[in-house]
Every structure is written in structure tokens, then in C-alpha cells.
Design a protein around this ligand. Structure first.
Ligand code: M6R
Length: 616
């Protein structure tokens, strides 16, 4: 939930760490800090606010040194203020730490350390951890790596940490449990990088080692990286991965915001999701991870989908897809509920975990639980090599490319794309979809990216609607069938980036409560595509109009009925009902984006949020 960057090598550390922190700000932006070491000195700068605030402070001071650690924080223990910002320094003034995660037993550890004479300047669990390391180092008279290992054995919780001793400026110790950490290895071990993901060091090295849970790495200048298991001290051969990421993918490329760039990337992102899988000319969907486990999918009693946030909404679309096209019963669960309610899972259940980041703590815990209970667990992740991708029995990457904007956009549509491919394939193999219907779907899917391209051109119309409603306090989003999860997603997008209160409902549920909210100042976005329950949705629109609500309708090209009644109409291209979510989502993303921009909100970094939620 926080971002960590570190550098040790022959270059000036500060510019690398600061730029890296800016790339990791999607992980949290409550406060930022950097510590640098030059000739055994520590220069520590930290502040409440963003990395840009930190730069203003640090750049008037001494920022020399070839060793540095930096941190951008999403607050858990302690409010976002200067004192609670990382890095933290031990009582002796020698050891420094940056930490992402939560130490759950911090209270008892703190009491014990106070008894031993330690004092604390912040309210953080992290300051306790660095002093615990110091205490182990002192009492065992051991090296830093050993002291970190001993301290980590006595903590309960989650962590990715980087630690160094200012008196030994050729070494950084890194460890992880539950929070991601990557180590970039420079040529001939002349330099090393540490980061929560690889984006801070892609211009320097393509060689990265991703630590596994309960591993500790000793980074020493000029030496090969050494990795040990925290539990038993055994050595692990570091697995060096070649990074596929490039710089263009993590820059704005001329767009004002990452979110807008990512909305516009959707046609290509979906093509990348299709690549090598959707072979419409050959009448095939080829997915190695599904094909290799096809009996598990075909014999599934039911599919349980676990996810959070937008990924959970994609899971709801999955429910409609699997039940409708493949006739397999589906349950969609919030990972955070699923993991704690002792769910009934059978051997013949297939559990699908969906996560853009692949690091969401609740989804990861749900995956582990489902595996323990004997289910076959399949992951749909975007981030290659992420924890969920590695923990699941098998899975498919969405290949959407890095999603930096905190509000998820292309992750959602590419997750739905994967779910559609699997559902169509299973539907055909189970005999629920005739060959001709199956072929028709495959050819129609090929056209989806160009239909999204068309939709992205209606920008100016959406801007106009945004300017009319940008100052309202509430919004309702309604949809039925496949478009119900899209209504939920539209409402989530609006509330998270514009701070306007918004609710999504199945259109028919409106009568059971939300209708009381409708008056002339309530805008209602209604998704009224021409298939499914069109007539019923038209009746719902009439009910809203009768109460003077304002209708923003998403309709199919050629619609005449809704056009007559709605205040504003956004047209989308024709498609089969099950493919509509891939299209109806686009105008809702744009509407939220423009409303948020017009309200002066920080679209890419909305308040209180972080991109990957690696704490419960
Ligand atoms: O990385 P994940 O897909 O597991 O993340 C799940 C949610 O935290 C995420 O979708 C969140 O709801 C986004 N802010 C939505 O835009």
C-alpha cells in the first residue's frame, strides 16, 4: 500500500529514488521521505504530502550519496504527518528502514522495547520494527541481516522492508511477507535497485528478482545477491526475471492524466488480451491455462469468483457470462467476506480470483484459503509475476499494460474480455453454444476494439453532459442483466475520483427504495441497450421522468424510444447482449473523468485511495 524505492551503486542515488517514488505514487501519497548516506552520514528529509512537496524540501539541502531509501506512504498506523512519514531511524541513529505493510503485534513489541529503554518519535509500527532490529543486533552482537531475520521472526503481520546501517554503506537488507518487493540487479553487481514494483528501475536494468514471501535478501555491492528463507535460514537461488516493461508504458504519452490515457488504451489493451487466444479465422479460442485444465472447468459444480472493487464488478459480469453462455452456476464473492466466513468449498469447485495488481491482500488471502480447501484456483491478473498470479494453480494474464491511474479502467474491460473468452469456450465445449453461434461470437469479439475506438470519439458530447452535472451532490446509475454490474462500476468510478455520492442499482430495484431520492436535481444514468430487458428499462425511465429526475441514457445506435424521453442520450454501437459491458462502460468512464477534471479533483490520485490495497 506504500511505495518503496532504494538505490545502492555508483550513481547519485537521489534522482533515481525521487523519480522512482513519483512512479510509485499510485501506491499512496499521504507523505513522502528519503534518506541518503554520504560518508557514513545520514541525511533524512520527509514531509506530509506528495513527492513534489518532498522535492521542495530536499533540494535545498545535501542530497549527495550513492545509497538512499525512499518511501511514499498510504497511512495505516498514525495520521499522515511529518513524524509518521518514512524512512524511520533507530534510537542509535544508525539503522534506517522503509516499510510497506502492517505489524499487527506492534503494541506488545513497543511495550517490551520501552522497558528496555527505547523511545519513539512517531505513532508508526515501522519505528518499532527498526528498533526491534537494533535490539536484536545489540543483544546478539550479529550482522544486520541476521538481526533483521530475528526481528522478523517475532513480528506478526505483513511487510516489505528495506533496511541499512549508515556505518556499512555497501549493504541493504530487503525482506518480504505479503507485500511485494523487486530487486533490480545492475551489470556485474555494481549497482542494485529496490522497489515495490520494477517501474523505478526499468531504464537502468532489465534483470529483476521478485522476493517470495518469507524471504530475505542481502544486497552487497560487488557481490552476487544472496537470498535466504527467514524461517530456517536456508539459501534460495535467486530467480532473475527479464523485465518486459518499457518506459513509454509508464509515462503519460501526451495525455493530461494516466486515467485518460488508459481509457484510450482500451482498444489496444483488448487486442493484447486477445493476442494468440482469439483465433476467429480458425474458429478457435486457444488459452493454454484453460486448455491444460479443461476437465476441471468442464466438471466444475460451480465457479466461485473472488475479487474486490472494480475487479469484483468484472466478476459480476463473469457471473452473467458463465451462467448465460456456459450454463455453469456461479457465485461472486467479495474476497474480504469470503476469507473470513469459513466458506463451503468442494473439490469440484473452480475458484477464479480477479485482480489487476495481483497484490490485493484480501483476494490473495481468499486464494490461499480456497487452495487449502482443495479447490482449483485460477487467477486473472494484469501484473505479471504478482503474488496472486504466483499463488494460483493456473491463470491468464490480461496483458493490459501498466495501469497507473488509481481508478481502474482498462483492467476492467480486459478482465471482462478474459472472462468472455473462457465462458464462450466452455459454452461451446459443453454443447450450450452451437458451433455457428460460437463462431458468430468470435467474429463479433474481433470487432469490439474498433467499436470502442468509435465510442472514444464521442468525447465532446460527454464533456457537455459533464459540464451540466458537475456540481450535483448525488448520482444514480441503473442497469439490468449484463448492464447491472456496469451501473455499479459507473457509480464507483464517479465517487472515487469526483467525490460525488453515487449509487448503482439493478434498474428494477429502484422501486424498492432509491426512487424516494428522485427529484428534479437527481441525475440518473440509465443503461438501456436494445437487447435483454429493454422494455422493462424503458418503464423504469418513465418512472424516473414522472418524478422529474434527469435521465442520461446509454442507448444503442438507432434507438428512437428512449431518445424521446431522456434528457441526454449517448449512443453505443450494436452488439450481442453479453458483449455490451465492454461498450457501455466506456462512456461512463469518460463521464466520471470529465466531471472530476471539471471539479478540479486529482483524477489519478484521488484522496484517501491507493492503487493496490495490500493491507486488510
Ligand atoms: O488490484 P485489484 O484489481 O485487486 O484491486 C481491487 C480494487 O482495489 C480496485 O479495483 C479499486 O476498487 C479501484 N480503485 C477501482 O477503480
Amino acid at each position: 500500500m506504500c511505495g518503496i524505492v532504494g538505490y545502492l551503486g555508483f550513481r547519485k542515488a537521489y534522482p533515481i529514488v525521487i523519480k522512482g517514488l513519483q512512479r510509485l505514487e499510485y501506491r499512496g501519497y499521504d507523505s513522502a521521505g528519503v534518506v541518503l548516506t554520504n560518508d557514513n552520514e545520514l541525511n533524512l528529509y520527509k514531509t506530509k504530502g506528495k513527492v513534489s512537496d518532498l522535492k521542495k524540501i530536499a533540494e535545498t539541502q545535501n542530497i549527495d550519496g550513492n545509497l538512499a531509501l525512499g518511501h511514499t506512504r498510504w497511512a495505516t498506523h498514525g495520521i499522515p504527518n511529518d513524524a509518521n512519514s518514512h524512512p524511520h531511524v533507530s534510537n542509535s541513529g544508525n539503522l534506517v528502514i522503509v516499510h510497506n505493510g502492517i505489524i499487527e503485534n506492534y503494541n506488545s513489541l513497543k511495550k517490551e522495547l520501552i522497558k528496555r529503554g527505547y523511545s519513539f518519535d512517531s505513532d508508526t509500527d515501522t519505528e518499532i520494527l527498526i528498533n526491534l532490529i537494533e535490539e536484536f543486533k545489540k543483544t546478539n552482537n550479529c550482522k544486520l541481516g541476521k538481526a533483521v531475520q530475528l526481528a522478523l521472526k517475532s513480528v506478526i503481520g505483513a511487510y516489505a522492508i528495506a533496511v541499512y546501517d549508515r556505518t556499512k554503506s555497501d549493504e541493504i537488507i530487503v525482506a518480504r511477507l505479503g507485500s511485494p518487493i523487486a530487486i533490480g540487479v545492475g551489470e556485474d553487481n555494481k549497482e542494485f535497485f529496490v522497489a515495490s514494483d520494477a517501474s523505478p528501475f526499468i531504464e537502468y536494468t532489465k534483470d529483476a528478482v521478485y522476493l517470495e514471501d518469507e524471504e530475505l535478501a542481502i544486497i552487497k555491492l560487488g557481490k552476487d545477491l544472496r537470498v535466504r528463507k527467514i524461517k530456517d535460514d536456508s539459501f534460495v537461488e535467486p530467480n532473475i526475471n527479464e523485465l518486459q516493461l518499457n518506459l513509454d508504458q509508464i509515462e503519460k504519452g501526451g495525455y493530461d492524466h494516466f486515467m485518460l490515457k488508459e481509457i484510450h488504451e482500451q482498444p489496444n489493451a483488448i487486442l493484447d488480451t486477445y493476442r494468440g487466444r482469439l483465433l476467429a479465422d480458425r474458429g478457435l479460442i486457444k488459452m493454454g491455462s484453460v486448455d491444460n485444465n479443461i476437465t476441471k472447468f468442464l466438471n466444475a459444480n460451480r465457479i466461485i469468483i473472488v475479487a474486490c472493487g472494480t475487479s469484483w464488478h468484472a466478476g459480476l459480469v463473469g457471473e452473467y457470462l458463465f451462467e448465460d453462455l456456459a450454463r455453469i452456476p456461479v457465485e461472486v464473492e467479495y474476497a474480504s467476506e469470503f476469507r473470513y466466513r469459513n466458506p463451503i468449498i468442494n473439490k469440484n469447485d473452480v475458484v477464479i480470483a480477479i485482480s489487476q495488481s495481483g497484490e490485493t491482500a484480501d483476494t490473495l488471502a481468499a486464494v490461499k484459503l480456497a487452495k487449502e480447501k482443495g479447490a482449483f484456483v485460477f487467477g486473472i491478473c494484469n501484473v505479471v509475476g504478482s503474488s496472486i498470479a504466483r499463488e494460483t494453480n493456473s491463470g491468464a494474464y490480461t496483458h493490459a499494460g501498466p495501469e497507473i491511474g488509481v481508478a481502474s479502467t482498462k483492467a476492467f474491460t480486459t478482465q471482462i474480455t478474459i472472462l468472455s473468452l473462457i465462458a464462450l469456450k466452455l459454452g461451446n465445449l459443453r454443447g450450450e453454444l452451437s458451433n455457428s453461434t460460437y463462431q458468430k461470437y468470435l467474429h463479433e469479439m474481433v470487432l469490439i476494439p474498433s467499436k470502442i475506438e468509435q465510442l472514444l470519439k464521442i468525447d465532446s458530447k460527454i464533456k457537455e453532459i459533464a459540464s451540466i452535472y458537475k456540481d450535483v451532490s448525488n448520482f444514480l446509475y441503473l442497469g439490468r442483466g449484463y448492464n447491472f454490474p456496469v451501473a455499479l462500476e459507473g457509480a464507483l468510478k464517479l465517487k472515487e475520483i469526483s467525490y460525488i455520492h453515487a449509487e448503482g442499482y439493478p434498474a428494477a430495484e429502484m422501486k424498492h427504495g432509491p426512487i424516494a431520492l428522485i427529484d428534479e436535481s437527481m441525475p440518473v444514468v440509465v443503461i438501456a441497450t436494445n437487447r435483454g430487458h429493454y422494455d422493462k428499462v424503458v418503464s423504469n425511465i418513465q418512472e424516473i421522468k414522472a418524478r422529474k429526475g434527469k435521465i442520461i441514457a446509454i442507448v444503442t445506435k438507432g434507438d428512437t424510444i428512449v431518445k424521446e424521453i431522456a434528457d441526454h442520450v449517448i449512443e453505443i454501437p450494436q452488439a450481442s447482449e453479453s458483449l455490451y459491458p465492454l461498450l457501455t462502460t466506456i462512456p461512463l468512464q469518460l463521464l466520471s473523468y470529465y466531471i472530476a477534471v471539471m471539479r478540479g479533483c486529482n483524477v489519478d490520485q484521488p484522496r484517501n485511495l491507493a492503487k493496490s490495497v495490500t493491507v486488510e
